[in-house]
Design a protein around this ligand. Structure first.
Ligand code: ADP
Length: 336
């Protein structure tokens, strides 16, 4: 367990807040560190004591909490992952676990919490909020599956990583005149496949939100090959109800063209965050501290049309992500 430093309560910040805590939870995403840095430094600027809580809700239950200073978030802006570590916590979902978490917040005098994570983490935040502790949620997930925000922290970096992989696979795919199935992350939301498919020039994408047609896909490959196309890039989100191996075998059988599979998996979670992710993380982190200090209750912070927005947690949880059919159709047109 990292060093636990218990400090006496400091002066009150601009509002009634004196001490806040920050944690990262669920799947890690590039830009979480940039968000932690913004929270810590903006919090200190406002006269708050800022605690870093390690290993998400699991670490909160166990009191893995330490006071942060400006230096403790030095040199992390450009780093992927999260210096606070992240975890999934089944204990936290129980009444006993929640009570332990609340007791720990009380022990450290933490009056407001900032949670950086995905939809599961937001549900966890809501349970704490309902017990009277204000919680700000920052959308930290590569999946872009939170409807209340146009983009999540880490999505842009993940798509950029996929684009890099597509470029490399395109080289070898062309040389061998083969088809390559690239599996990307996305269990329920196909945005990584959608955005990487459009900007990486994929011929066909398979996503959980929309039905696919293997015959149409194979016909496309045969027609374009006869027209002189040297390669075909097919992007499949992991949540689609066919395995990448089965898909490749079917394509090979139906088109007579060699078809390889590449599963990008956890590669997509790593790497230095892009400018967009650093910007989103930093602006959301700063806003979270402002809102806590203003006493605005619990909010989910995100971005709409290039503005930082904040929703009540129950509202944010109800907004479902909208599938962008226009992008999907455009991939079909451009990838003919
Ligand atoms: P993500 O935040 O990336 O979606 P998870 O869905 O794994 O990741 O959620 C992270 C953690 O949030 C879980 O391990 C659990 O501790 C907490 N959590 C998730 N759903 C709930 C819920 N319905 N009630 C309370 N806590 C939850």
């Amino acid at each position: 367990m990292p060093g636990v430093i218990i400090k006496s309560k400091g002066n009150k910040g601009e509002g009634n807040m004196r001490s806040i805590g920050v944690l990262t939870s669920g799947g890690d995403s590039p830009g979480m560190n940039a968000a932690v840095r913004a929270v810590v430094r903006c919090g200190i600027e406002k006269g708050l004591t800022v605690y870093g809580i390690h290993r998400g809700y699991e670490g909160l239950i166990d009191g893995e909490i330490e006071e942060m200073d400006r230096n403790s978030v030095g040199d992390i802006l450009q780093r992927g992952g999260t210096i606070l570590k992240t975890a999934r916590s089944e204990r936290f979902k129980t009444e006993e676990g929640l009570k332990r978490a609340l007791t720990m917040l009380d022990t450290f005098g933490i009056e407001g919490l900032i949670v950086i994570g995905g939809d599961g983490s937001m549900r966890g935040a809501e349970t704490i909020s309902k017990r009277g502790i204000p919680v700000m949620v920052l959308p930290g997930t590569i999946d872009n599956d939170l409807g209340y925000t146009d983009y999540t922290i880490g999505f842009d970096t993940a798509v950029t990583t996929v684009l890099d992989a597509i470029s490399k696979l395109r080289d070898t795919s062309s040389s061998h005149e083969r088809t390559t199935v690239i599996e990307v992350m996305g269990r329920h939301c196909g945005d990584i496949a959608l955005y990487a498919g459009l900007t990486g020039g994929a011929e066909y994408i398979l996503i959980p939100e929309y039905p696919y047609d293997i015959n149409e896909l194979c016909k496309k490959i045969v027609v374009s090959t006869n027209r002189g196309k040297q390669h075909n890039i097919i992007i499949k989100a992991e949540g689609v109800d066919i395995s990448s191996a089965d898909l490749a075998a079917k394509i090979q059988e139906k088109t007579g063209r060699e078809t390889k599979v590449v599963v990008l998996s956890y590669l997509q979670r790593g790497g230095s965050p892009t400018m967009r992710d650093r910007m989103l993380a930093t602006l959301c982190g700063a806003k979270a501290v402002d809102l806590l200090c203003e006493g605005s209750g619990s909010k989910a912070i995100g971005t709409t049309d290039n503005h930082i927005v904040a929703y009540d947690l129950d509202q944010a949880l109800e907004i479902k992500p909208v599938f962008n059919k226009e992008i999907y159709d455009l991939i079909g047109v451009l990838g003919k």
